[in-house]
Write a protein that binds this ligand. Structure first.
Ligand code: AMP
Ligand code: ZN
Length: 485
């Protein structure tokens, strides 16, 4: 398969050629762990996941690196505002590291529930301070920095291609249209690599450095950690569009200033925003929806995943409860159709497919009309990860009466390796947990018996007690099935 991606760098579609044949180095900016991820943030991680799954599915060996920001991120990306971690720790009466641990765990709980594949490497900023210092030293040695007011800054005037990613023009930047709040800066777009004179008197975490005791600016962590795990140049970098003008622009400048190699990253992919009725959703505003708030309203995290896949990552997506309900119904009819296909096919077909999952061996390639659908599905993903078209192809397959159930199941299995919707019956049950499985099956049987005996209070209390354990029951034509949420 040949992928074409829309590269923010250069603003054009480009066919994808990794630096090393068959291998992909990918860095996706991770969360700042001062609060729960909001559902807009999760859109960014679903893009990472679709990208990684699609590449792996076609045989690429992908190293996916994600940072966890637990230091240095201010509420304004340009060194302005409060320290997000510190503020959250103060508000909650906890230490910064306690806050970081708590929200990191919450983050992976959310991404796990949405069936987002864990990255190959997850790296915390506070565990990579020596790497950041070493990188800053290289930037300094190459002449791109100045020291003012106790802080070390990157001097964008020394880096002529500054702003290329965001189509910023150096003349405009030099004119300094924005007033710098930080008087130490020669140009308002210069940015801190290392702070020693913190404006936060009680800065919780500081480290010794050649510039004095202090802490790193936010942008340097992504350059230092991505290069540590992926090398000085790598293939793909991603994040939300808000990162184009400052964070990613600064990452490029400092990385290329340190290594002298261009381009630092070959392909830049940026997801558009998820919008709420009130406009942009911001984590720092305090009022935002989390995955748990959708679950509390009775939605499965995979309903939200389905909803996101219905929009192309480069288009804005308007969130509403109505559209989420639409996604839930659509996902339900999808899994119902697949379940009835599985019932029509010999039982061994589904078992074989499910057992092959996770291993390298692919499902046996279907032939005939199923193969054509699969090819169209592949073309949709190759074309800048068009998940809306890919979903339409999946639906086309399910509606196509000329496709044999066995071939259709094999094609669905293969498609879902990219979509990650846990579309096949039985897939959403945890593997190997047989005792739990038996207990749940027993409770389902007991609930059925209670319903038959019109003891609805007992039936409801069984459903409720399972819900409290994170297990949802769904009654359908083929009986009751359970899933984790
Ligand atoms: P943060 O934890 O604030 O650093 O953000 C994590 C990721 O979510 C970044 O890639 C942001 O660009 C992205 N992001 C933030 N808000 C939204 C939104 N409303 N819709 C989509 N992506 C977002
Ligand atoms: Zn980053």
């Amino acid at each position: 398969m040949a992928f074409t991606f829309f590269n923010t760098l250069g603003r054009r579609r480009q066919s994808f050629e990794p630096l090393q044949a068959g291998k992909v180095g990918f860095y996706g900016c991770g969360p700042t762990v001062y609060n729960y991820a909001h559902i807009g943030n999760l859109r960014a991680y679903v893009l990472h996941d679709i990208l990684v799954r699609s590449l792996r599915r076609t045989g690429y060996e992908v190293t996916h690196v994600m940072n966890i920001t637990d230091v240095g991120h201010l509420s304004g990306d340009n060194d302005e505002g409060d320290d997000k971690m510190l503020k959250s720790a103060e508000e909650r009466g906890k230490s910064v590291l306690e806050i970081a641990d708590f929200y990191t765990e919450a983050f992976f709980n959310d991404t796990g529930r949405m069936n987002i594949t864990p990255p190959t490497v997850v790296c915390r900023a506070t565990a990579h301070i020596p790497e950041m210092i070493a990188l800053i030293e290289r930037i300094e040695k190459n002449g791109f920095t100045y020291f003012a007011g106790g802080n070390l800054y990157f001097d964008i005037a020394k880096f002529p291609s500054y702003g290329a990613l965001a189509l910023l023009r150096m003349e405009d930047l030099r004119a300094g249209a924005r007033t710098a709040l930080d008087e130490n800066k020669r140009n308002p777009h210069d940015f801190a690599l290392w702070f020693t004179r913190s404006k936060f008197e009680n800065q919780a975490l500081t480290w010794e450095s050649p510039w004095g005791r202090g802490y790193p600016g936010w942008h340097i962590e992504c350059s230092a950690m991505s290069m540590k795990y992926l090398g000085e140049q790598f293939d793909i970098h991603s994040g939300g569009i808000d990162h184009i003008p400052i964070h990613h622009t600064n990452e490029i400048a400092q990385s290329e200033a340190a290594t002298g190699k261009k381009p630092w990253v070959g392909y830049w992919l940026h997801n558009e925003f998820l919008l709420l009725d009130k406009g942009k959703m911001a984590k720092s505003s305090g009022s935002f929806l989390t995955l748990q708030s959708l679950v509390d309203e009775g939605y499965d995290p995979l309903d939200y995943r389905y909803f996101l896949l219905g929009g192309h990552y480069r288009s804005q997506l308007q969130f509403s409860w109505e559209s989420l309900s639409g996604a839930r119904s659509a996902r339900k009819s999808l899994t119902d159709r697949i379940r009835s296909l599985a019932e029509k096919a010999p039982p061994a077909v589904l078992d074989n497919l499910l057992q092959g999952r996770g291993a390298e061996n692919q499902a046996e390639a279907p032939g005939g009309p199923a193969a054509e659908r699969l090819q169209a599905f592949n073309r949709a993903l190759e074309d800048d990860l068009s998940t809306p078209r890919a979903l339409a192809e999946l639906w086309g397959l399910l509606r196509d009466a000329s496709v044999e159930p066995e071939a259709a199941l094999a094609a669905v299995f293969d498609m879902d390796r990219a979509l990650g919707l846990k579309a096949l019956p039985g897939e959403d049950k945890p593997a190997g947990d047989e005792a739990l499985e038996r207990e749940i099956e027993g409770l389902i049987a007991e609930r059925m018996a209670a319903k038959k005996a019109k003891d609805f209070a007992r039936a409801d209390s069984i459903r409720q007690s399972l819900k409290e354990r994170g297990i949802a029951l769904e009654d359908g034509p083929a009986g009751t099935v359970w899933r984790r949420f």
